[in-house]
Design a protein around this ligand. Structure first.
Ligand SMILES: *Cc1c(COP(=O)(O)O)cnc(C)c1O
Length: 480
C-alpha cells in the first residue's frame, strides 16, 4: 500500500503497462527515423499548447504521453536523424537511452558519498586517462558539456598561476595582469570562459590562423613576447582539437613546447575532436594531446552518448582539487559509512548535486566497445571526404574548405551568393531532407556540413547533394 501523498502509483501494473507502451513508442521512433523529416517548422497552435497555466489538477500519464508523441516529439531539432549535418551534434544511441532510464530510476546523486555509481564514474575516468595517456594522478569528472569544462580549465589555471590565495582575495587583489591565448578558430565559449572568470574579454589574445586553420605559432609567440614586454603575465593557452568551423587540429606538440617554455597552462578544447583518439586511423593527428594540462571534451558529440555528457580532465589532480574544494560542515568526510570515500566530485567542480551521466556513457562504451566507436568516428570523416569529392566534380558548387576531419564547407555558385546560399540552407531545413548549418569562410557565407551522426550514410550525403543543386538552381536568379 502507498500513502495517499506519495507520488508512486496505486496500481503498479497499470504504470508498468503504460511504461512499456512509452518504451515501445520511443524505440519505434528511433527505428523509423528515416521516414520522418529531419526537422519541420512548429505551427503556432502547437507552440501555444505550452502557454497553459500551472495545472492544479492531475492528468493521466497516458494522456500526457500522448501530448509528448503529438506535440513534442515531431518538433525536435532532429539531431537523431541521419540527415542532420548542422553544427556539431551527436545522434544519441539506443543503449545510452535505456541506460538513462535506469539512471533515472536509481535517482543517484553523484556529488558525493560512498556509492557504486561513483565507482562507475571513476571507471570512466580511468578509461579517459588510458585513452589520452594521462597519469593515474590525473583527475576528471562529468560536466554538462565542453562550455563548462572550458570554463573550469580557466579557473584551475588561474588558481595555479596566482596561488590559492586568489580564492580568498580575488583577482583584483593580485597585481598581475593575466593574459590568455587561443586561435581565431576557437569556439566562442573560450572567450566566454575568460569573461565569466572575471578577467574580461580583453585578457584573451585571439591569434590568427594559418591557411590550414590552425593557430599561427609565430603570431602566438610574438603575442606572448609583446605581452611580457608590456608587463602582462601570460598564463593560459587553449589549443583546439577539432575547430567548430573547419575541424582543424592545432599543432598540439608545438603548443605544448611553447607552454612548457613560457610556463603557461596548456588546455585543449577537444569538445568533439578529442574522441578521435578512439580511431587508430585518426589518433596520430592528435599527437601532443597527451601533453596537455587539461582537456575538455564531450561524450555527447562524436561518441553519441545521449545529452548531456561533457567531461573535464586535469593532469595535476592536486591543482584541480585546489581550484574547487571548499570545506563545509554539512559535507563532513568520514572514514566509514555513507560519508566515506572522499575526495568526492563536488571537490572538483562547482556542482554539488550531479546526475548519473557516467551510466549512459559506461553502457555505451561497454556495449559497443571502443573499436566500433572508433570505426564509426572514422566513418563520418570518410563521408565528409565523399561529399568533398562530389563537390569538386560539380561546377555549380565551390569547395570553401576541404574536409579536415568530418566538416566540409562549400557554396552554390551565384553572383548573389550569400543571399542564395542563406535561402538555400533555410529551404533545405524546411524541406525536411537535410539540415546543414551556415558559417562564414573567408568572408563568404558557406553551407557547412558536419557529419557527426553515426546513422548518416552515403545515401544521406547524396540526398543532401541533390537537394542543394535542385534548390540552388531554383533559387538563384542572377546568371553566373
Ligand atoms: C560543441 C563545442 C563546444 C561547446 O561544447 P558544449 O558541449 O556544447 O558545451 C566547444 N568547443 C567546440 C570545438 C565544440 O565543438
Amino acid at each position: 500500500m502507498t500513502s495517499k501523498d506519495s507520488l508512486d502509483p496505486d496500481d503498479w501494473q497499470a504504470l508498468r503497462a503504460q511504461g512499456h507502451q512509452m518504451l515501445d513508442d520511443i524505440i519505434d521512433y528511433m527505428a523509423n527515423l528515416r521516414q520522418r523529416p529531419v526537422w519541420q517548422p512548429i505551427p503556432q497552435h502547437k507552440r501555444d499548447i505550452f502557454t497553459e497555466a500551472l495545472p492544479a489538477a492531475p492528468t493521466e500519464l497516458a494522456a500526457v504521453h500522448e501530448r509528448f508523441m503529438h506535440d513534442i516529439l515531431p518538433y525536435a531539432a532532429g539531431n537523431t536523424h541521419p540527415g542532420f549535418m548542422g553544427w556539431v551534434q551527436g545522434g544519441g544511441n539506443p543503449v545510452g537511452m535505456l541506460a538513462e532510464m535506469l539512471a533515472a530510476g536509481l535517482n543517484a546523486n553523484l556529488g558525493a558519498r560512498d556509492q557504486m555509481p561513483l565507482e562507475v564514474e571513476r571507471q570512466v575516468l580511468r578509461w579517459v586517462r588510458e585513452l589520452f595517456d594521462f597519469p593515474d594522478s590525473a583527475t576528471g569528472l562529468f560536466v554538462t558539456g565542453s562550455s563548462m569544462a572550458n570554463l573550469m580549465s580557466v579557473l584551475v589555471a588561474r588558481t595555479a598561476a596566482l596561488g590559492l590565495e586568489v580564492r580568498q582575495t580575488g583577482l583584483a587583489a593580485s597585481n598581475k595582469r593575466l593574459t590568455a591565448y587561443t586561435s581565431a578558430g576557437a569556439h566562442g565559449c573560450i572567450a566566454q570562459a575568460i569573461d565569466l572568470s572575471g578577467f574580461g574579454f580583453d585578457a584573451l589574445r585571439v591569434i590568427p590562423m594559418n591557411p590550414q586553420h590552425q593557430i599561427d605559432l609565430e603570431a602566438l609567440q610574438r603575442a606572448i613576447a609583446a605581452d611580457r614586454e608590456q608587463g602582462f603575465t601570460p598564463f593560459f593557452i587553449a589549443g583546439s582539437a577539432g575547430t567548430v568551423n573547419h575541424g582543424a587540429i592545432d599543432d598540439l606538440n608545438a603548443l605544448a613546447d611553447i607552454a612548457v617554455r613560457e610556463g603557461l597552462w596548456f588546455h585543449i578544447d577537444g569538445a568533439y575532436g578529442a574522441l578521435a583518439m578512439l580511431s587508430a586511423e585518426l589518433a596520430p593527428r592528435l599527437q601532443g594531446i597527451e601533453r596537455a594540462d587539461s582537456i575538455a571534451f564531450d561524450f555527447h558529440k562524436w561518441m553519441q552518448v545521449p545529452y548531456d555528457a561533457g567531461f573535464f580532465l586535469v593532469r595535476d589532480g592536486t591543482r584541480h582539487h585546489d581550484a574547487f574544494a571548499s570545506p563545509a560542515a554539512y559535507l563532513r568526510r568520514e572514514a566509514r559509512g555513507l560519508a566515506a570515500g572522499s575526495p568526492w566530485p563536488c571537490d572538483f567542480g562547482p556542482d554539488l548535486s550531479r546526475g548519473f551521466r557516467a551510466l549512459k556513457t559506461w553502457f555505451t562504451i561497454k556495449v559497443y566497445g571502443a573499436d566500433k566507436l572508433g570505426r564509426m568516428i572514422a566513418g563520418t570523416c570518410a563521408l565528409a571526404r565523399y561529399l568533398q569529392q562530389k563537390i569538386e566534380a560539380e561546377p555549380k558548387l565551390e569547395l570553401l574548405s576541404p574536409a579536415s576531419l568530418n566538416i566540409v564547407c562549400f557554396r552554390y555558385r551565384s553572383q548573389d551568393s550569400d543571399r542564395v546560399n542563406a535561402d538555400l540552407i533555410a529551404d533545405l531545413h524546411e524541406s525536411g531532407i537535410a539540415a546543414p548549418s551556415a558559417t562564414t569562410v573567408n568572408g563568404c557565407l558557406a553551407i557547412r556540413v558536419a557529419v557527426v551522426n553515426h546513422r548518416t550514410e552515403r545515401r544521406d550525403i547524396d540526398a543532401l547533394f541533390d537537394a542543394v543543386l535542385r534548390l540552388g538552381d531554383a533559387g538563384h536568379t542572377a546568371p553566373l
